[in-house]
Design a protein around this ligand. Structure first.
Ligand SMILES: *[C@@H]1O[C@H](CO)[C@@H](O)[C@H](O)[C@H]1NC(C)=O
Ligand SMILES: *[C@@H]1O[C@H](CO)[C@@H](O)[C@H](O)[C@H]1NC(C)=O
Ligand SMILES: *[C@@H]1O[C@H](CO)[C@@H](O)[C@H](O)[C@H]1NC(C)=O
Ligand SMILES: *[C@@H]1O[C@H](CO)[C@@H](O)[C@H](O)[C@H]1NC(C)=O
Ligand SMILES: *[C@@H]1O[C@H](CO)[C@@H](O)[C@H](O)[C@H]1NC(C)=O
Ligand SMILES: *[C@@H]1O[C@H](CO)[C@@H](O)[C@H](O)[C@H]1NC(C)=O
Ligand SMILES: *[C@@H]1O[C@H](CO)[C@@H](O)[C@H](O)[C@H]1NC(C)=O
Length: 668
């Protein structure tokens, strides 16, 4: 049975925050994307049954969008702008394209919705690249679109809350929210995504959110409420190798998405720093920052640029070079597999070693030249998954005892449907792009709907599972190994160390295993209320949040560490601490599980009891985990795991501990 799925599009109100170029790079469309392109073949309703009668949603008409744009696939569509207008002033659609309707003018909403629930499309591709069968994670699911953000720049909290209310009463099963804010995070009682998702979860609706694109830095993760599933992004095994040959016949391979005609011809190549415009400094020109190049000197040439701390985006360099009538870009950067779209001219991304070799060739040759080859698509030839460079990392800056992100899913170079109208929007920096039906894009916006689709599938197998049970199933069955050598998965941001729970929570999602997890760590909504009390929020704030008159019991100490999450995170372990967990058997009634612990270095872990015996009367069992630090200095986070094993299932949760000492502040 297909499930209902609501998709929010999204956005990011991520403010530029120090090194955060990714906002520009991935969402040139920074502007918050929204809506859906209903004519996309991803949203055809062939072979779908009638709309379930429990659905209460509507197809709200508007500009270029009427009731015939909804079908048995897109069963609901609404749009919200009253809050926007109250907050930001009248929506001015002249000069910038925007539809006062659920229609997507940016592409982001169409992309994310088709990833979650798109129908099968034969021979989909981005101009011939990544060609093949495209399909969403749960192609039999229905979609409802709640457009809450506008290409003119923003989304208002009031609109978001109104959309949550409607989605809950419309009867959605899953909310997929590829949007968020950057640090510093608002408290849970003030963050509309936390508030709205609290109500959704209280109504049995699973809420899946992006972790954010502010990696690879610690404490950057957003959407950290414990009732949300927070999704990191990982790479896949598809690559887009693109070769170029220098005048000395040396050939290098980088990555690009180039299918145009500046190939197999020799072009002169220059270094950005050597063609700085007079009013720009060499530093900016080296990274080909905005307006840094002398157009006379760049015209007709390929430019070599090196990423800098301030200018980290190949897309920005590409725009500078195209503006100066250059004919190509070789962009040397920290290793990352997400590829920028280049349409007019080739943009090949290489690592700094290759960039340096090219530069040495250029400085030792009188007339350096380069010849590009076309991009190829390869499958199964690069190790994966790795956590994406840009994926925001834990620990949560708001509640480090709640592990975030929860899980990783594919979010790099994802092909999905797009809005052909996006070429009309002047501000999205894609002027050079023709109108596209499919596009390759990267971000935690793309990984989030992968999980949403999987949640929809799990819900159809286990319709009675709570959002916490579904999250537990995903987290405890995730993989911490790559799919090839069986090595520990790595993170692009720190490529020579293994990925840890702050990169990807439980690990990379394994959908089939999540359908049969053996045991689950379930949570009732009342426990989330205790959690809110433990955050120190006052009774009126907690009552507003839960919409129940709540009096927090501030005498008995309820420990955040005891929230029954599928992880144990102790941000301050002084000597020792005991935490409790309860597991519910969802596998064979008679099951015997044994604990296996990989203790975090520097920590002794004892699990009691070490054997759990389930039967028809004992279906939920409690156990305690005692963690004891053997360090006598202020420590850093260390990682381990606890697995319950019955010979068939491995129910694994991460252990995250930072040992601290009481007298760190004392003078020695
Ligand atoms: C919806 O819009 C389309 C295209 O403008 C039009 O052909 C169709 O008649 C409209 N349908 C309804 C029910 O208004
Ligand atoms: C709307 O935007 C256009 C173009 O950006 C501008 O010329 C016009 O003054 C704006 N109108 C209002 C009412 O702000
Ligand atoms: C598949 O798509 C490619 C590129 O869009 C096109 O050239 C080709 O003819 C298509 N093949 C089929 C079988 O439709
Ligand atoms: C590069 O290869 C071409 C074709 O094989 C050859 O003609 C040319 O002399 C070579 N150039 C150098 C610098 O080796
Ligand atoms: C660009 O370089 C040319 C040639 O060196 C020079 O004449 C011109 O003034 C430069 N223009 C700018 C804007 O720097
Ligand atoms: C309770 O907390 C909220 C949110 O932090 C705050 O706005 C409000 O003033 C507080 N109320 C009282 C009575 O302290
Ligand atoms: C189930 O297990 C519990 C505790 O392990 C035990 O007390 C109880 O007798 C068992 N019940 C059955 C029906 O085996």
């Amino acid at each position: 049975m297909g499930r209902l799925l609501a998709s929010w599009i999204l956005v990011r109100t991520y403010q530029p925050y120090l090194l955060l170029y990714f906002v520009i790079c991935f969402s040139l469309f920074v502007y918050f994307c929204v809506g859906i392109w209903p004519e996309s073949p991803s949203f055809r309703d062939n072979d779908m049954g009638g709309v379930p009668c429990r659905w209460n949603g509507v197809c709200q008409e508007g500009e270029e969008f009427n009731i015939s744009n909804c079908n048995r696939k897109i069963i609901g569509a609404r749009w919200y702008f009253k809050g926007y207008e109250a907050e930001f002033g009248k929506l001015n659609t002249s000069g910038r394209v925007e539809f006062l309707s659920p229609r997507d003018v940016v592409g982001h909403g169409t992309h994310t919705s088709s990833i979650a629930a798109g129908a099968l499309i034969q021979n989909a591709s981005f101009k011939g690249l990544a060609q093949g069968l495209a399909r969403g994670g749960a192609p039999a699911s229905r979609l409802a679109m709640y457009k809450v953000c506008w290409s003119t720049g923003g989304c208002s909290s009031a609109d978001l809350l109104a959309a949550f209310d409607d989605a809950i009463s419309d009867g959605v099963d899953v909310l997929s929210i590829s949007l968020g804010s950057s640090t510093p995070l608002s408290s849970y009682v003030e963050d509309v995504l936390a508030i709205g998702s609290f109500h959704a979860v209280a109504n049995g609706i699973t809420v899946v959110c992006s972790a954010g694109n502010s990696g690879p830095f610690s404490q950057t993760v957003s959407n950290t409420a414990p009732w949300i599933i927070t999704v990191a992004a990982s790479t896949i095994d598809r690559a887009f190798p693109t070769a170029f040959t220098l005048g000395n016949n040396l050939t290098f391979v980088g990555q690009a998405l180039y299918t145009g005609n500046h190939v197999e011809k020799l072009y002169p190549i220059v270094y950005g720093e050597d063609i700085a415009s007079t009013d720009s400094d060499e530093d900016k020109a080296r990274s080909c920052d905005v307006d840094s190049l002398n157009a006379t000197l760049a015209r007709g040439k390929v430019v070599l640029c090196f990423q800098s701390w301030l200018q980290r985006s190949p897309s920005v360099a590409l725009a500078s070079i195209m503006g100066a009538k250059g004919v190509g870009l070789i962009f040397a950067q920290l290793p990352t597999k997400d590829v920028a779209i280049s349409s007019g001219i080739p943009c090949v991304q290489v690592d700094i070693t290759v960039g340096t070799s090219v530069l040495i060739y250029m400085t030792t040759t009188r007339n350096p030249v380069v010849r590009f080859s076309l991009t190829k698509t390869t499958l199964g030839r690069q190790i994966s998954p790795e956590v994406a460079f840009f994926s925001s990392q834990g620990p949560s800056s708001l509640s480090p005892s709640v592990l975030k992100p929860d899980i990783a899913a594919p979010g790099v170079n994802i092909l999905a449907s797009w809005s052909p109208a996006s070429s009309l929007v002047p501000d999205v920096g894609q002027k050079q792009l023709p109108s596209l039906d499919f596009k390759i894009d990267s971000g935690t916006s793309m990984s989030c709907p992968h999980i949403s689709g999987i949640v929809a599938l799990i819900k159809s197998i286990h319709p009675d599972w709570s959002p916490a049970a579904i999250k537990s199933a995903l987290v405890t069955t995730a993989s911490v190994k790559d799919e090839y050598g069986g090595q520990s998965a790595v993170a692009e941001g720190a490529p020579h160390k293994q990925a840890d729970p702050f990169d990807f929570g439980g690990g990379n999602v394994i959908p089939n295993k999540a359908a049969d997890p053996g045991l689950i760590y379930d949570i009732e909504i009342l426990d989330h209320t205790y959690f809110l009390c433990s955050m120190g929020y006052n009774d009126s704030a907690v009552s507003l949040m839960t919409r129940h008159q709540t009096v927090c019991d501030r005498e008995t100490s309820w420990s955040q560490a005891d929230l029954n999450l599928p992880s144990i995170s102790i941000p301050e372990l002084k000597k020792s601490l005991t935490v409790w967990r309860t597991v519910t058997n969802v596998g064979p009634v008679m099951s015997l599980y044994t604990a296996r612990v990989e203790a975090p270095p520097g920590v002794i872990v004892v699990v009691e009891p070490a054997i759990l015996s389930f039967n028809s009367t004992a279906n939920k069992l409690k156990f305690k985990v005692t963690l004891h630090s053997i360090l006598e200095v202020q420590g850093t986070y260390t990682f381990g795991s606890l697995s319950w094993e019955d010979g068939v299932h491995v129910v694994r949760i991460p252990l995250i501990v930072r040992p601290v000492i009481d007298d760190f502040y004392a003078e020695t």
